[in-house]
Design a protein. Structure first.
Length: 259
């Protein structure tokens, strides 16, 4: 039976590995390359690296780090942060990235998605959509590291990105980020049910059963998480970890309809 991919999302700031809560207060965790080596040993399905300050600082994720990741990683990996044109994409793919994650530029220059998909193939382009609730309880797309909201419906945005050629969508809840209290299944399901390309659930996973909920109740095609894979225990001791494949198969396939 096909098992959905389970993907650690690793955040970078100043070339170090960090973790945020609701996109705030990044806590330093260590060397990202060391994390890659551990995830190699643990046989992670894929990795996603996102530079959380690149867009604000008017640059892209560091090519040297991407190159070092490519030299170490045994699994496919995607990178994102500050990508705004084809030259950025070309440089990062040349540095070793298999997939490119585009967030803010998908809003400010949606034609970039079409150009990138035509040039590098749909499978290489992931559009990430960060969403948070406003004071009225309405979902709003946020860009530039969550610092700006835009007046565009997130479901319509996902559909437009599919139409323009994106190969996958990451739907990420800012309100759930780092809380480890579970995914926003309403948010995920509304996107997953509106497009035909794979949708990666992100934001809020705290236990293995959350994966089952994202797949079986919210119809996610793949599961991404951050805190779960870098912390251990109630006190959040830093410990890179990843479930055994048998665990993942058990929790996802035996908990259908029970979560």
């Amino acid at each position: 039976m096909f098992r959905p991919r389970v993907i650690p999302v690793l955040l970078l700031k100043n070339k170090g590995l960090v973790k945020t809560v609701k996109f705030k207060n990044p806590a330093y965790l260590g060397d990202p390359i060391n994390a890659v080596r551990i995830f190699n040993d643990l046989e992670a399905d894929e990795l996603i690296f996102l530079d959380i300050t690149a867009t604000k600082e008017g640059r892209t994720i560091d090519e040297d780090i991407v190159r070092k990741i490519g030299e170490e990683a045994f699994m496919p990996f995607a990178v994102g942060g500050g990508i705004k044109n084809l030259n950025d994409i070309r440089s990062l793919i040349k540095a070793g990235a298999e997939k490119i994650v585009i967030n803010s530029a998908a809003i400010t220059n949606p034609q970039l998605i079409k150009e990138a998909a035509l040039t590098y193939g749909n499978q290489s382009i992931i559009v990430s959509i960060d969403v948070k609730l406003n004071f009225l309880g309405k979902y709003k797309i946020a860009i530039v590291g969550g610092s700006q909201t835009v007046d565009k419906n997130y479901v319509e945005h996902a559909q437009e990105m599919e139409h323009l050629g994106a190969g996958e969508i990451i739907i990420n809840s800012i309100d759930c980020d780092g809380t480890m209290r579970g995914y926003d299944t309403i948010l995920i399901k509304s996107v997953a049910d509106s497009v035909t390309i794979p949708v990666i659930a992100c934001g809020g996973a705290g236990k293995l059963s959350d994966f089952s909920v994202a797949v079986n109740k919210a119809n996610a095609s793949a599961i991404a998480a951050g805190s779960m894979f870098v912390y251990h225990g109630e006190r959040k001791a830093v410990l890179i970890n990843y479930p055994e494949k048998r665990q993942l198969e058990t929790i996802i396939f035996t908990n259908q309809g029970n979560s």
